[in-house]
Design a protein around this ligand. Structure first.
Ligand SMILES: [Zn+2]
Length: 480
């Protein structure tokens, strides 16, 4: 029988993590010399070979768990334990177990206020009022509509910790926002409840409790409810705050209602193009010789689907998600447009895809009297914070500490893309589990909210306390 460690090093331990349907994982192991611990990267679930006898299989599983427990450097584990054992922190961590109802009712109250992207004002007003009730400092709404409040830290000379949750939803203003509580499953259904009313409720809840418990963070904390995170909002709220406060923000923590257990440390790049055709229009019978904006747009779309394919490695996508145009069925269309969504982990891949699409469009002969234009309507930069950065590892370690491990590192398109692309170490974390985001069947699980708030509390206090070290951890800790 091979020795267990040989098996792990030579064959890669395969480990089934039963709780998460997402995971999956073949675990390549590498030793991290800096800390003298073993780190594991999760990739794909497989079970141990059945050829091993049951005792050996069991030993391997035990060993895997013990290795996973060591994925966070012992120094960071000690910091987490030390922070959690401070009297005020410990009281607050316990208190979250009794505050789940408060957080959920805040989330439902926020969710009941429609807030489509570009129409967030009513919800922003409600959050601003709550920031004032909590007693945050410098409460205001900035030029683009973000709501901002501040908790002063012990050292006013340090850069601030930015904690944000987005205000906007993907749902049109007239969407039925009624919610439904399922007592058996212990979850609540409601459009936009997880994405992102619960994120806002968590932001508000932590700001309130830190104030009530008179906890003074190591640096200033800026609480920000951002506009324009979804769709064509193009992260404009976060972009504005990061640009207008350049140099004053040291670390970023982005909250999403869903996704507890995942630590988003890489911002997925997104680029969006709008292709428009403009023609003379006319009657379908009388002017049938005139070019139609719709006919040509369809040809362009078909050519893109035929001739363009996104790279497979690393994975990238191309999607025509919107198409519109024309004025009536019996009119030669004077105008038509389609919108393209490109996604990749690397900005260079996005740029390559964008220029290929423009090449395909330019290569298509354009009928006389028609005009074709291509506009960039969205640009979310990609950037990745190294998984060994203390902000990432602490987010993971805190999940273990609150018994919600093992955590998953992930890539997403969130408000965190902006600070990451500007060199500000940032992660995005979730508050609970749930599903069906961006549909009217979206739901949140109630019970995990306590663990989500505990994670957020510990990560906030630790990031504020270690602002200087973590901000300057390694100059090359972010790559785009
Ligand atoms: Zn969201």
């Amino acid at each position: 029988m091979p020795k267990v460690l040989d098996f792990i090093e030579n064959n890669r331990v395969m480990h089934q993590i039963s709780r998460s349907r997402h995971i999956a994982s073949l675990l390549p192991i590498n030793t991290c010399a800096d800390y003298g611990y073993v780190s594991i990267t999760l990739k794909k679930v497989k079970s141990l070979p059945t050829s091993f006898n049951p005792v050996f299989r069991f030993t391997c599983l035990q060993l895997q768990w013990s290795i996973m427990a060591q994925t966070i450097p012992p120094t960071l584990q000690r910091l987490i334990e030390e922070q959690a054992s401070r009297s005020k922190t410990a009281i607050l961590l316990d208190k979250w177990l009794t505050l789940i109802d408060d957080i959920t009712s805040d989330a439902i109250a926020i969710q009941s206020i429609p807030a489509p992207t570009f129409e967030e004002q009513a919800r922003a007003d409600a959050i601003r009022k709550q920031f004032e009730v909590v007693g945050l400092h410098d409460v205001h709404q900035d030029e683009v509509g973000n709501v901002v409040g501040r908790t002063p830290g012990t050292d006013a000379n340090l850069p601030a910790l930015l904690i944000s949750a987005h205000l906007d939803t993907v749902f049109p203003i007239d969407t039925d926002l009624s919610t439904h509580y399922d007592a058996t499953a212990r979850h609540i259904t409601g459009p936009g409840l997880g994405d992102n009313s619960l994120g806002l409720a968590a932001l508000l809840g932590l700001a309130r409790q830190i104030t009530l418990h008179q906890i003074v963070p190591g640096c200033d904390v800026w609480w920000v409810a951002t506009v324009g995170e979804e769709g064509l909002g193009d992260l404009r709220g976060m972009r504005h705050i990061c640009l207008s406060q350049q140099g004053k923000i040291g670390l970023g923590l982005v909250i999403e209602g869903l996704g507890l257990g995942r630590v988003y440390h890489a911002g997925l790049g997104v680029r969006r193009l709008r292709v428009e055709t403009i023609g003379p229009g006319g009657h379908s019978w009388l002017h049938s010789d005139r070019p139609s904006a719709i006919h040509h747009l369809i040809e362009l779309g078909a050519a893109l689907i035929d001739l363009f394919s996104p790279p497979a490695h690393p994975h990238a996508i191309f999607n025509i998600g919107l198409i519109s145009g024309g004025t009536s069925i019996n009119t030669r269309a004077p105008q038509a447009s389609l919108s393209i969504d490109l996604r990749a982990i690397d900005n260079r891949i996005l740029t390559g895809m964008e220029s290929k699409i423009i090449d395909v469009i330019h290569a298509m002969p354009c009928p006389a009297g028609l005009r074709v234009s291509v506009d960039l309507i969205g640009n979310r930069p990609s950037a990745t914070l190294q998984s060994t950065h203390p902000l990432v590892q602490t987010a993971q370690g805190v999940l273990d500490y609150v018994h919600w491990g093992p955590s998953m590192l992930d890539t997403g398109s969130t408000d965190a893309n902006i600070p990451l692309a500007m060199g500000i170490p940032s992660v995005c974390i979730g508050i609970t589990t749930g599903a069906n985001a961006h549909t009217i069947k979206e739901y949140i699980d109630i019970a995990p909210i306590a663990a989500g708030m505990q994670q957020l509390t510990l990560l906030t206090l630790l990031a504020a306390e270690h602002m200087r070290d973590w901000q300057n951890w390694h100059s090359d800790s972010i790559r785009d």
